[in-house]
Ligand binder design. Structure first.
Ligand code: SF4
Ligand code: SF4
Ligand code: SF4
Length: 361
C-alpha cells in the first residue's frame, strides 16, 4: 500500500508560490506509527510512503521512527519498501542522506536553478541559492541520480531554459517542472507563448545531450513520450485508491489537495480506510471531463488530475484553461525531442522505445 504522510504544513522557507498553510501542527509519533501499521495491514508485497511537508525534515526524528517501524514490519514478509521525500534541502546533511539510502528513500530536491534566489526565500526574505550549494554536492554524492523539482512563476517564464540548463550543468540528470498553478497565478497569452518557446529550447537541449553519460531527462517530456510509445495514459489517477494522503491528525484523504476537507475524509489511521467513502470518491473521480471529449491527445494529457482541477477550479472535473494550453505545449515539444532522437537513432532512446518507435512510424 502507498500513502503520503503529511508530516507538517510548517516550513522554514517562504517561497513566492507556496500554497501551504504553514500551520505549526506536526504529525505525532502515534499517528505516524499507526500509519505504518495500517499500510502493512493490507498484506501487499510492495509498500511505499511519500514523506511530505511543508518541509518534512523539520520532522526528522519522526522520519527515523517511520523507517524503523516499517523496516521491522517489512522484515516479516521480505517485501519491497520504498520512500520518496521532497525537501527544500536546507536541513539535509550527510547522516540523513546515508540513512535515506539505507532505507531506499529517494530524495528529490526542490530547486529553481537560476531563479532560486528570486523565487525560493527564507522566512526572513533572503535568497537561498548559496545555502543550497553544499547541499547539492552532498545529495549528488550519495544519490547521483537525484531529481531536481522546479517551480515557475509566470513572470519568470523567459528564464526557464537557462535555469533547467543550470541544473543539468550543476549535476542533475533529472529535472521536473511544475508551473505555478495557484488559482491567482497570472498566466496569460504572452507568458504561455514564452513558456512554449522555452520548452522548445529545452527539447533541443535534451535531444542534444540525451546520449551523454549524464543526460538531461526532463520528466515532463519523458512522461508524454512514454504515454505515446506505450499507448497508455500519462497518469493513472485512481483517486483515493492509488496513494491516499494522511493528515498530521491521522485523518485519511484521497490526495494532497483534499486535505482537511471534511467531506473528503475517508477514515483514519486508527480505524482504517472507510471503504464506502473511498468507493464514493473514486467513482466520482471517474466521470469524464466534458471539455476533453474527443481530444486527440487526451491520453497524454494530465487533465484527469483531480487535485489540480480541484485546486484551480473548485471542481475535480473542470480543467482550467491554462492547463489545456500548457499540456498542448508540453506534448508538442516532447514530440519535437522524440522526433529528433528517432531521426538520429539515439542509442538511449532506441533502447527505451526501439521496437515501439519503429512500429509507430
Ligand atoms: S519549501 Fe517553499 S514551497 Fe515548499 S513548503 Fe516551504 S515555503 Fe512552501
Ligand atoms: S489527483 Fe492528481 S496527484 Fe492525486 S493521484 Fe490523481 S493524478 Fe495523482
Ligand atoms: S485539457 Fe485540453 S489538451 Fe488536455 S485532453 Fe482536455 S482538451 Fe485535450
Amino acid at each position: 500500500m502507498n500513502f503520503t504522510l503529511h508530516l507538517t504544513a510548517d516550513c522554514n522557507f517562504a517561497c513566492r508560490y507556496c500554497y501551504e498553510t504553514h500551520r505549526p501542527a506536526r504529525m505525532d509519533e502515534r499517528v505516524a506509527l499507526a500509519a505504518c501499521d495500517l499500510a502493512f495491514s493490507f498484506g501487499h508485497i510492495k509498500n511505499g510512503f511519500s514523506l511530505f511537508g511543508g518541509e518534512p525534515l523539520l520532522c526528522r526524528d519522526l522520519i527515523e521512527k517511520v523507517f524503523r517501524r516499517c523496516a521491522e514490519l517489512n522484515a516479516q514478509r521480505k517485501g519491497e519498501l520504498a520512500y520518496k521525500l521532497t525537501t527544500n534541502g536546507s536541513l539535509l546533511d550527510e547522516d540523513f542522506i546515508k540513512l535515506a539510502n539505507e532505507n531506499n528513500c529517494e530524495i528529490a530536491l526542490s530547486h529553481d536553478g537560476l531563479l532560486q534566489d528570486e523565487q525560493r526565500l527564507t522566512r526572513g526574505g533572503a535568497g537561498t541559492a548559496e545555502l543550497l550549494e553544499p547541499k547539492i554536492d552532498l545529495l549528488l554524492k550519495h544519490q547521483p541520480n537525484a531529481l531536481a523539482m522546479m517551480t515557475l512563476l509566470p513572470r519568470n517564464a523567459g528564464k526557464l531554459f537557462d535555469s533547467v540548463k543550470w541544473l543539468h550543468q550543476r549535476g542533475f540528470a533529472r529535472v521536473n517542472l511544475a508551473i505555478d498553478y495557484r488559482p491567482d497565478a497570472e498566466w496569460d497569452d504572452d507568458s504561455m507563448a514564452e513558456l512554449d518557446r522555452q520548452y522548445e529550447r529545452i527539447a533541443l537541449y535534451c535531444a542534444e545531450h540525451y546520449d551523454e553519460i549524464k543526460p538531461l531527462r526532463f520528466l515532463n517530456f519523458e512522461s508524454k513520450v512514454a504515454a505515446y510509445m506505450n499507448d497508455r495514459p500519462c497518469i493513472e489517477c485512481r483517486l483515493g485508491v492509488k496513494q491516499p494522503s494522511i493528515a498530521p491528525d491521522g485523518t485519511i484523504y484521497p490526495c494532497n489537495q483534499f486535505l482537511n476537507l471534511p467531506e473528503y475524509a475517508m477514515g483514519s489511521v486508527f480505524t482504517g480506510i472507510d471503504a464506502k467513502a473511498q468507493k464514493r470518491i473514486y467513482r466520482a473521480s471517474l466521470a469524464p471531463e466534458k471539455s476533453c471529449e474527443g481530444c486527440a491527445i487526451e491520453k497524454r494529457c494530465r487533465h484527469h488530475c483531480a487535485c489540480l482541477n480541484f485546486s484551480m477550479t473548485g471542481d475535480m472535473h473542470t480543467v482550467p484553461a491554462v492547463q489545456c494550453v500548457h499540456e498542448r505545449s508540453v506534448i508538442k515539444n516532447a514530440d519535437l525531442m522524440a522526433g529528433l532522437l528517432y531521426e538520429r537513432k539515439s542509442e538511449r532512446f532506441m533502447r527505451a522505445y526501439g521496437e515501439t518507435a519503429v512500429n509507430s512510424k
